[in-house]
Design a protein around this ligand. Structure first.
Ligand code: MN
Length: 752
């Protein structure tokens, strides 16, 4: 815990005129008020405000802000009041502490409360006085540094809120010092495995390249010296989180990130920046399209620097950032930097530097009706200031929270899609995320059961890309499951792993069902009662842990049915030797038609039980399943010529029956080929008949066209085989149709 005199000396070291007395009084007041309170770590509570004050002193902020850091939790957590603080420290500090108390109660990513309204309050508080944000960020930074003492659930919530709201806000205000550490602390809570992996790999790379890095800095220093350019050079490694974000965004591996190490060249003057740049480009080849001049065109958060990447010594790509000392300070500390912050005019003349538009806020007046002094210690020239002004303007213009957020929050997250639930809860997603990512971000159950969505009130495909400000409504169905194909287009890790897990579980469930069905059927056949007790008793003999594992192994053909049956029923072989000699398999036909397996329709491509793609069966027609060892089962209509290949393997055949619920609204695809007269309007007549029969045309193309006839390929969707026949019959009544036949599924270009 930092001592009183240490803190005071720290402030005096960069500001000899600082109000020492104020700091001492704030320290003693805070110390007394917090008394014997303890933090989650067991430390005295007051150690927290002291650390917050020390962080603010790291930013070289003035005594008022540092004192506010010491007092920031007094109104919230002790019997201190606004009046008392006003009386002791003046209304300036009083209003800062009150502002911090107000925003500390806001739940910014909560589900229950009106989140947009809370964000509005947060922006209001920080736009009234940017110093509120500085203290709040220092407060959050210290809380994140000590987050491991907090209970896991609360820890996740605080880390998520920090990652979603405070870290980007710090970045938008140009305070990278805060942003990077906040992000990295959150990363450690939200995705510890990924962070550990990156740190481990970085260490290895570091060991390999230690000398190289040192050499590059040496060479750069020497060259600059020779050219008489006063500058300091330092190498800098990216934080694990920014490496992770880059890997995620560009889907690349750690090894291919070229700029894990960046070198900074800090010069005295702007002129020297360009001289250094010229020198470097003369010495080493530059990588095209990597050169950026943020000195002549600063970024919107006031960031200024020249960036370039060169093929340096040892042919390695090296990223270089060239800037002046002053730019360096603004780049790291943003609006908190001395260069911007040291606009002292607000102290003597509060009104002139107040943010225009601030007057519209009624609460801007304190209890005595006076205007709060010292609202905005910011140069009006900075872009961060302009952005804040823009926020306030939109507060006046936008009368709904949605409009407000569109104006402010949305541009805060340029690389994020910032979306809303119909109730106004905000969901922050990476750019190009889909409604499925959105559904999973809301809740895993919603993701797992989502079947459709509306974006801004309009029905849209689940693979749509979401944009900032979209309102997304997810339709769910309890009967629905995640589709494996989703994995190919979702953006978030949460959605990806949930889909993977769900399809793994689903596959196992299907295997288990299939294996169980197979086992009980063989017992029926040998006329022995099947009981689970028998199977459980046989588990040790079979060396399986549970029944599900046995079922799965059976369906995967990893264990013979016969061996399972023998383990379950001792003496089985003696009593049923005749049956097992040649009946360890299933035969299609009357012999086992008493116990066919029910199928509900399994259209998923990767499902354990799936339909033939070439000859998709239609509900109601006779079907048969073929076991593909290790790859589940494929269902064919009995007339499929593909079955010929399995005539020599009756053990793979399983008789199947349909188990279709009429209300389930299931459709089946039937590929057909129609020969029709080459006549004007022929195609139109065919499609209108199909439409009249309430069938969908899924795909169509012309196979061949002769002078007198067309050969048309169609994939028609029908409800069942009766529906199919009805449609076929009505097509046949057309005089232009000469032949209709069901064919194998084709792709365009396939003839035959
Ligand atoms: Mn605090």
């Amino acid at each position: 815990m930092m001592r009183q005199y240490e803190l005071v000396e720290k402030v005096l070291s960069y500001d000899p005129d600082a109000d020492e007395n104020l700091l001492n009084r704030a320290y003693v007041y805070g110390y007394k008020k917090h008394g014997t309170q303890k933090r989650a770590s067991g430390d005295p509570y007051f150690s927290h405000p002291i650390e917050v004050a020390a962080i603010l002193a790291d930013l070289k902020l003035d005594a008022t802000v540092v004192a506010t850091g010491l007092l920031h939790d007094t109104i919230e957590d002790t019997d201190a009041t606004r009046e008392e603080i006003d009386k002791m420290f003046g209304p300036d500090i009083g209003s800062l502490v009150e502002g911090l108390t107000k925003i500390s109660e806001l739940k910014l990513i909560s589900r229950e409360t009106a989140q947009s309204e809370n964000l509005r309050k947060l922006f209001f508080a920080i736009s009234k006085d940017i110093r509120v944000l500085l203290v709040k960020l220092a407060d959050r930074l210290h809380n994140m540094r000590t987050i491991m003492h907090v209970k896991p659930e609360k820890r996740m919530r605080i880390a998520q809120e920090t990652m979603d709201i405070y870290a980007p806000l710090a970045g938008r205000m140009g305070i990278h010092f805060f942003r990077e550490e906040l992000e990295d602390n959150c990363f450690a809570v939200l995705n510890p495995e990924a962070r550990e992996t990156i740190i481990k790999r970085l260490k290895e790379m570091h060991a390999e390249e230690k000398y190289l890095l040192h050499d590059i800095a040496e060479i750069l220093n020497r060259k600059l010296k020779q050219a008489n350019i006063k500058a300091r050079v330092y190498g800098r490694e990216k934080r694990p989180y920014s490496i992770f974000r880059k890997m995620e965004r560009q889907s690349i591996s750690l090894e291919t990130i070229s700029d894990i190490y960046a070198f900074r060249i800090i010069t005295k003057t702007e002129d020297d920046c360009y001289r250094a740049l010229g020198l470097i480009h003369t010495e080493w080849p530059m990588v095209p399209e990597r050169f950026k001049d943020f000195i002549s065109i600063p970024k919107s958060n006031d960031y200024r620097s020249v960036h370039t990447t060169i093929i340096g010594p040892t042919r390695k790509r090296i990223e270089l950032q060239i800037r002046t000392e002053e730019m360096e300070e603004v780049n790291e500390f943003g609006i908190a930097s001395h260069a911007l912050y040291k606009d002292q005019s607000y102290i003597n003349n509060p009104q002139t530097s107040q943010i225009p538009g601030d007057e519209t806020n009624g609460s801007d007046q304190n209890a005595n009706g006076e205007l709060n002094p010292g609202s905005v210690p910011l140069s009006e020239k900075t872009s961060a200031f302009k952005w804040l002004r823009h926020v306030i303007d939109s507060l006046e213009d936008g009368d709904t929270p949605e409009e407000y957020l569109e104006h402010t929050k949305l541009e805060l997250f340029a690389d994020q899609a910032f979306c809303f639930t119909p109730k106004g809860r905000l969901i922050a997603l990476p750019k190009h995320a889909t409604p499925i990512d959105f559904a999973y971000a809301v809740h895993t159950d919603i993701g797992n059961t989502c079947v459709g969505c509306k974006i801004n009130g309009v029905t849209a495909p689940l693979r749509s890309k979401l944009n900032n400000g979209d309102e997304v409504e997810i339709a769910t169905s309890k009967a629905s499951k995640p589709q494996p194909i989703w994995e190919s287009f979702v953006m978030t890790g949460k959605a990806k792993s949930a889909i993977r897990r769900a399809s793994r579980e689903e596959r196992r469930r299907q295997y288990s069902r299939l294996g169980q069905e197979m086992l009980t059927r063989i017992f029926k056949k040998i006329k022995v009662e099947f009981t689970e007790e028998k199977l459980i008793a046989a588990l040790p003999k079979l060396a399986f842990k549970n029944m599900q594992d046995v079922y799965v192994a059976i369906a995967r053909n990893e264990i013979k049915l016969r061996d399972v049956a023998v383990a379950m029923v001792p003496l089985l072989l003696e009593n049923h030797a005749d049956k097992f000699n040649h009946q360890t398999h299933f035969e299609i036909g009357a012999s086992n038609a008493t116990s066919p397996m029910p199928v509900r329709g399994a259209t998923e491509d990767v499902g354990v039980i799936r339909f033939s793609k070439k000859h998709p069966p239609i509900a109601g027609e006779r079907i048969v399943g073929i076991l593909k060892p290790g790859d589940g089962m494929v269902i064919y209509p009995i007339h499929s010529e593909e079955l010929e290949a399995y005539h020599a393997h009756p053990e793979l055949w399983i008789d199947m029956v349909w188990d279709i619920d009429e209300n389930e609204n299931q459709w089946f695809t039937a590929p057909i080929e129609i020969t029709l007269l080459n006549e004007i309007g022929a195609l139109a007549s065919v499609s209108s008949v199909i439409a009249e029969q309430n069938c969908n045309i899924w795909n169509t193309f012309i196979i061949s066209r002769e002078v007198d006839y067309y050969h048309l390929y169609l994939e028609v969707e029908v409800r069942n085989i009766q529906h199919f026949n009805q449609m076929k019959n009505s097509l046949q009544t057309l005089s232009i149709v000469s032949e209709i036949k069901r064919v194998a599924g084709k792709k365009y270009g396939e003839i035959g």
